[in-house]
Design a protein around this ligand. Structure first.
Ligand code: PGA
Length: 254
């Protein structure tokens, strides 16, 4: 059975005090929910919050993730946070290649391949983001764009390492816009991603791959999107900043 994941990406929101309150509210609400073995909940707070959030969450129920990590191992890289630093502070996963990082911080496929390598080396699960811009979809290029993003950054991995990856399909036009992909659009792309992975790594690896959808997932549309056969959960931005709405989205996957 595939792992299902609901992950909250807080982005650059909340100060520590607010983040701790949010995490602890989520933690309390999850206490009453019986999570099946294959359902994982992830929180990705800002770096400055991680040590504190870690203390108020039950690590059997909540996995902590970084929102980014350095492509380098260590050294003179002012301002960077390494994968090892994340691991040592209690993270088990890291988001890699979010479209905001690609767009505003000029992250290329090559950089993202190195970040993925660092994450894997330090036993962090990479949540690798991909997704097309609106003009790319309108030009009918969305499948090619997503295939290239995945193959350029991940297809150098061994099958064993690839099997540790989680992919998040996040169409850029749906992120933070309130416009969600329809469940058919999400399913179509997720199925395509699985097929692309099957061609490279075989059906077995592709069948086991967890593929999340991200982009304006809210409590009122989560169940519909999660009902699609190739959608294995969601990467949630705005709606993860309120405990109630995040927990409602978690309930939608059960
Ligand atoms: P959103 O963000 O849910 O606010 O659209 C999703 C994301 O960027 O991961």
């Amino acid at each position: 059975m595939r792992n299902k994941i609901v992950a909250g990406n807080w982005k650059m929101n909340t100060i520590v005090r607010e983040g701790v309150a949010l995490a602890s509210d989520i933690n309390v609400s999850l206490k009453d929910i019986n999570l099946p073995e294959n359902v994982k909940i992830i929180l990705a707070p800002p770096f400055t919050h991680i040590a504190f959030v870690e203390q108020v969450t039950d690590d059997k129920k909540i996995i902590i993730a970084g929102q980014n990590c350095s492509s380098e191992e260590q050294g003179a890289y002012t301002g960077e946070i390494s994968a090892k630093m994340l691991k040592m502070i209690g993270c088990s996963a890291v988001i890699i290649g979010h479209s905001e990082r690609r767009a505003y911080f000029c992250e290329t496929s090559e950089t993202l391949a190195k970040k993925t390598e660092q994450a894997l080396k330090n036993e962090l699960t990479p949540i690798f983001c991909c997704g097309e811009k609106l003009e790319e979809r309108e030009a009918g290029n969305h499948f090619n764009i997503v295939k290239n993003q995945i193959s350029e950054s991940l297809f150098n991995l061994s099958e064993k390492n690839f099997s540790k990856i989680v992919i998040a399909y996040e169409p850029v036009w749906a992120i933070g816009t309130g416009v969600t992909a329809t469940k058919e659009q999400a399913q179509e792309m997720h199925e395509f991603i699985r097929k692309t992975v099957a061609e490279k790594y075989g059906n077995n690896t592709a069948e086991k791959l967890t593929i999340l959808y991200g982009g304006s997932v809210k409590p009122d549309n989560a169940a519909e999107i999660f009902s699609m056969p190739d959608v294995d959960g969601g990467l949630i931005g705005g709606a993860s900043l309120k405990a109630d709405s995040f927990v409602d989205i978690v309930k939608a996957i059960l």
